[in-house]
Design a protein around this ligand. Structure first.
Ligand code: NAD
Length: 349
């Protein structure tokens, strides 16, 4: 296993990893350790080129600096990508080689699950390094983060509803949910318990059937979800779904969901604002997941109380962002980014 430094302005450290024996080709990007060790998952997927893999790692690691700072965590931002098809190319040897690469960074980067990875994979990586979270077993194992992610999004929806409609009573609201996976399902459960009407979509027809049965949800096609007449749109599937094509279709007052990188471009944040749609920035709304993972990295003993406190603080941050956006009449994303810049500036001083 060999590590090669990559020059990436704006990032503290980026390494390319090659292990011909196991076939591992990976990148670990440490964007910032200003607030603490860089934490962020490892994603396994085939990339079209080495440049595309590097670009993904750089973008995602920067995003983790923002997410961790907004969640008030003493963690910096990092991310890793492994260029391989998880269904066909993942092997224990490859995961162990990746574990050795994480170990070589001597704790500057903590890894965890992301797309294409499982808790079992984390255990394999953990045979080579202690700097791994998202384990299924062990004293501080934090397990599946998605129920906590969903609680954070549910709070964000309530706060955004209060700002936009004057009340956080969701029993009078209709929420359109895109994606009924780990996060979307738990979110639907919380919304249903709060009395909200649900309109749902997913590419997985069985999962949609379960939601119709469990939550009395109304089903729409995957392209129809954007034009649904509802109060709130909660994207919980894929990124870049708020763009020049979808934003003109929206008939909601609020967008608040769990998917990462919902805005295709910064311009789309402004487009939503101009249409009078209140956008709860994704890296704040979905911070519950990293809060959950942080209990493992930081070895938190009183886990449930600590998570509750961090989720409350995250929601206060969302409130501050939406208040600031209304006062300055700008997109909440702009305010969220400036709040993170302020946190980083203060700790640098
Ligand atoms: P998941 O894979 O469990 O669920 C995604 C769901 O979206 C699946 O049911 C899939 O069939 C569906 N889907 C895919 N493409 C779709 C489309 N075009 N239209 C409608 N449905 C579609 O993933 P997850 O863990 O629930 O994560 C969902 C999103 O939230 C991702 O963007 C993820 O990065 C983000 N996120 C997740 C967590 C977490 O705790 N799991 C934390 C932070 C952010």
């Amino acid at each position: 296993m060999k590590l090669f430094p990559v020059d990436a302005p704006g990032h503290e450290q980026v390494v390319r990893i090659e292990d011909p024996e196991s076939g591992l080709r990976a990148i670990i990007a440490v964007h910032s350790t200003q607030l603490g060790p860089a934490a962020g998952g490892v994603r396994m997927r085939p990339y079209s080129s080495p440049e595309a893999a590097l670009e993904d790692a750089l973008r995602l690691s920067r995003g983790m600096t923002f997410k961790n700072a907004a969640a008030g965590l003493p963690l910096g931002g990092g991310k890793a990508v492994i260029d391989a098809d998880p269904a066909r190319q993942k092997t224990p040897e490859m995961l162990r080689a990746f574990g050795r690469a994480v170990e070589a960074l001597e704790g500057r980067y903590w890894t965890a699950e992301d797309m294409g990875m499982t808790p079992q994979d984390m255990a394999e990586i953990g045979t080579q390094t202690a700097h791994v979270a998202g384990l299924a077993d062990g004293a501080y194992a934090s397990g599946d983060p998605s129920p906590i992610t969903a609680r954070g999004i549910f709070n964000a929806i309530g706060t955004a509803a209060r700002h936009r409609f004057g009340s956080d009573d969701l029993s009078v609201r209709t929420v359109a949910v895109q994606g009924l996976g780990h996060v979307g399902w738990h979110l639907c459960d919380l919304l249903h318990s709060a009395g909200a009407q649900l309109v749902v979509t997913d590419v997985d027809a069985e999962q949609v059937g379960r939601a119709v049965e469990s939550f009395g949800a109304r089903l729409v096609g995957i392209d129809e979800i954007y034009g649904v007449k509802a109060d709130i749109f909660a994207p919980c599937a894929i990124g870049a779904i708020l763009n020049r094509n979808t934003i003109p279709q929206l008939k909601v007052g609020v967008v608040a969901g769990g998917a990462n990188n919902q805005l295709a471009t910064d311009e789309d944040g402004r487009r939503l604002h101009e249409r009078g749609i209140l956008y709860a920035p994704d890296f704040v709304a979905n911070g519950g997941g990293i809060i959950n993972v942080a209990t493992e990295i930081l070895r938190i003993d009183n886990r449930a109380a600590w998570v509750d406190e961090k989720l409350d603080a995250l929601n206060r941050t969302m409130d501050r962002i939406l208040t600031g956006a209304a006062r300055r009449s700008v997109s909440p994303n702009e305010v969220a980014e400036s709040i993170v810049a302020e946190i980083l500036h203060k700790t640098a001083a």
